[in-house]
Write a protein that binds this ligand. Structure first.
Ligand code: HEM
Length: 470
C-alpha cells in the first residue's frame, strides 16, 4: 500500500530514462538532462508523464504562468504539504490573502531607505570582521593554516547565514569565525531544508506521510531538525518580547510583531527569511567564484573597474559598477541558485506555445535550463561572457521572463537588491585582497538535492594574499 503510486505508468523514452536513471549515463545532473531535452523541444516545453510535471523554458509560457494567468498557477496544496512542517505558513508556502499580507509587509521593510543602509552596514561589517580574516587565515602566507584548502561554499553559507539573521531579526549566530565552529542551528537548518526537499522525490506522498506517522527514518530526523530550528525561533521571539516595543529595533521581525503576537506565525516568518536570504546568496557566490577561478581575464577586468570607480560605500551605489553587475548576472545565468520552481495548474489551460495543461498538473519553469537555451542566448550560451549584458559599457537587464533567476511577475523576489549588494560587496572585497584558485579543477559541478543549488563536495580553493593589497 505504501508504495502504490497515483502517477500514471508511462513507458515513453523520456519517462523510462527518468525512472531507470539512465539519463545519468550521459549527464552529470538531472538539470543538465532537462536542459538537453528542452533545447531539442520545438515548443521548449516537455512533459515528464510519470511525475505529471510539465517543464518549460519557453519565456512566453513563463510569463503566462507567472503573470498573465497568475491566479491559475498557485503554489498549490501538494507543495505546501511537503514543505509545511518546515516552512509553515511563511511567505514561500502560502497563496491568497496570507501571501498578499506578508508580501506587503516585507515589501515595505525591504524597500525602506533606512533598512537599505542597515543591510549595507551588516554586510560590510561581516566582510571586514569575519570573511576577510577567515580567508587570510587560510592564505599561503598564513602561519595559522599554512595554505590549506578552504571550502569556499561552506564559508559563504556561514557568511550569508550570519548576515540574514542579523539583518532580519538582529540576532548574530556567529557561524563565520576563524575557528569555523559547528553551529547546531545551521546544521539543523540544512537538514530540515534537504529532507523537506527529498519528500518530493518519493514516488508517492504516502511514503513520507506514513514514515511521519510512525516517526521513523528521515521523517524522524526531519522532526528533530525542525525542533532545533523551532527552539531557536522561539528564543528569538521571547528575547524580542522581553525587550518590548520600545526596543528601537527596526528590523523585519519587529514589523511583523507589531501586527501579530502568534508565536507560530512569527516562527514561520523567521524560518522563511532565513531560507530566502541564506542559501540563495551562498549558492550565487559559490557558482560565481567557480567561474571566476576559471576566467582570470574577467577577474582582471573587475579589478580594473573597481580601481576606477569609487569604492562601494552605500546600498544605492550598486548600479555604478556596470561590468561587475554584468558578471554577477552572467554568473547566475549559468548557476541560478534556484534551478527550477513549480506551481500547480488549477483549471485546464493552454500555454502560448500550444501545450495543453490539464487541471492538477505540476508546472515547472526552469531558470537553469533557460540560462543555457540557444534560442534565448545564442550559440555561445554555455560560455561565461559578462559582455553579453553590456551595451557601450552600460549594463542592460534582460526581461525577467527570459531570466527568471529571481522569479518574475507577481511573486518576484523581494530581496534581489539586497542579494546584489551582498554578492558584489563580497566579490569586490575578496578580489581586491586575494588570489583564489580551484584546489581541484572540476569540469562540471555536481549538485546535491535540496531547495537551492549546492555543489556536492563544496568549492575547494587555495587562497593567497595579493602583495601590497592587504
Ligand atoms: C541571489 C539571491 C537570491 C535569489 C536567486 C532569489 C530568488 C528568489 C526566487 C526564485 C523566489 C521565488 C520563490 C518561490 O516563489 O518559490 C524568491 C522569492 C523571495 N525572495 Fe529571494 N532570492 C535571493 C535572495 C533573497 C534575499 C537576500 C531575500 C531577503 C532578504 C529574499 C527574499 C525573498 C522573498 C521574501 C521572497 C518571496 C516573494 C513572494 O513569494 O512574494 N531573497 N527569491
Amino acid at each position: 500500500l505504501i508504495y502504490r503510486t497515483s502517477t500514471p505508468q508511462c513507458t515513453c523514452k523520456i519517462c523510462h530514462a527518468y525512472v531507470t536513471s539512465t539519463w545519468s549515463i550521459h549527464f552529470t545532473n538531472l538539470s543538465d538532462w532537462y536542459t538537453h531535452l528542452l533545447n531539442k523541444s520545438p515548443t521548449k516545453t516537455i512533459h515528464i508523464h510519470v511525475l505529471n510535471n510539465l517543464i518549460t523554458s519557453n519565456h512566453e509560457s513563463v510569463q503566462y504562468i507567472l503573470k498573465t494567468r497568475f491566479q491559475n498557477y498557485p503554489k498549490g496544496k501538494p507543495f505546501s504539504l511537503i514543505l509545511g512542517d518546515f516552512l509553515g505558513r511563511g511567505i514561500f508556502n502560502v497563496d491568497g490573502d496570507s501571501w498578499r499580507f506578508q508580501r506587503k509587509m516585507a515589501c515595505l521593510e525591504l524597500g525602506n531607505l533606512s533598512m537599505r543602509s542597515h543591510a549595507f552596514e551588516v554586510v560590510n561589517d561581516e566582510i571586514d570582521r569575519r570573511l576577510v580574516p577567515v580567508l587570510s587565515s587560510f592564505s599561503k602566507s598564513s602561519s595559522q593554516r599554512e595554505g590549506l584548502d578552504l571550502d569556499l561554499q561552506d564559508v559563504f553559507r556561514r557568511f550569508s547565514f550570519d548576515v540574514i539573521c542579523k539583518f532580519s531579526f538582529g540576532f548574530d549566530p556567529r557561524c563565520l569565525d576563524v575557528s569555523l565552529p559547528v553551529s547546531d542551528l545551521a546544521v539543523a537548518f540544512d537538514l530540515a531544508s534537504r529532507l523537506s526537499a527529498e519528500r518530493a522525490m518519493n514516488p508517492s506522498a504516502l511514503v513520507w506521510r506514513m514514515k511521519r506517522v510512525l516517526n521513523v527514518g528521515s521523517e524522524r530526523r526531519l522532526k528533530e531538525a525542525i525542533d532545533t530550528v523551532d527552539a531557536f525561533a522561539g528564543e528569538v521571539i521571547r528575547e524580542r518580547n522581553k525587550l518590548g516595543s520600545c526596543s528601537g529595533h527596526g528590523d523585519l521581525l519587529s514589523r511583523f510583531m507589531a501586527t501579530t503576537k502568534d508565536p507560530e506565525y512569527l516562527r514561520d516568518i523567521i524560518v522563511s527569511f532565513m531560507l530566502a536570504g541564506r542559501d540563495t546568496v551562498a549558492s550565487a557566490l559559490t557558482g560565481l567564484f567557480w567561474l571566476l577561478a576559471r576566467h582570470p581575464q574577467v577577474v582582471a577586468t573587475i579589478r580594473e573597474e573597481v580601481a576606477e570607480v569609487e569604492a562601494l560605500t552605500s546600498f544605492d551605489q550598486i548600479h555604478e559598477h556596470h561590468y561587475l553587475q554584468a558578471v554577477v548576472f552572467e554568473g547566475m545565468r549559468l548557476f541560478p541558485p534556484i534551478q527550477f520552481n513549480s506551481k500547480f495548474c488549477l483549471e485546464n489551460d493552454t500555454f502560448p506555445d500550444g501545450t495543453f495543461v490539464k487541471k492538477g498538473t505540476r508546472v515547472t519553469y526552469h531558470p537553469y535550463a533557460m540560462g543555457r537555451m540557444e534560442s534565448i542566448w545564442g550559440s555561445d550560451c554555455l560560455d561565461f561572457k559578462p559582455e553579453r549584458w553590456l551595451k557601450n559599457g552600460v549594463f542592460l537587464q534582460e526581461t525577467p521572463f527570459k531570466y527568471p533567476v529571481f522569479q518574475a511577475g507577481y511573486r518576484m523576489c523581494l530581496g534581489k537588491e539586497m542579494a546584489l549588494v551582498e554578492i558584489k560587496s563580497v566579490v569586490i572585497s575578496l578580489l581586491q585582497r586575494f588570489d583564489i584558485e580551484l584546489a581541484t579543477p572540476v569540469r562540471t559541478p555536481r549538485f546535491s538535492p535540496g531547495l537551492t543549488a549546492t555543489f556536492t563536495g563544496g568549492l575547494q580553493v587555495r587562497v593567497s594574499e595579493r602583495r601590497g593589497k592587504t
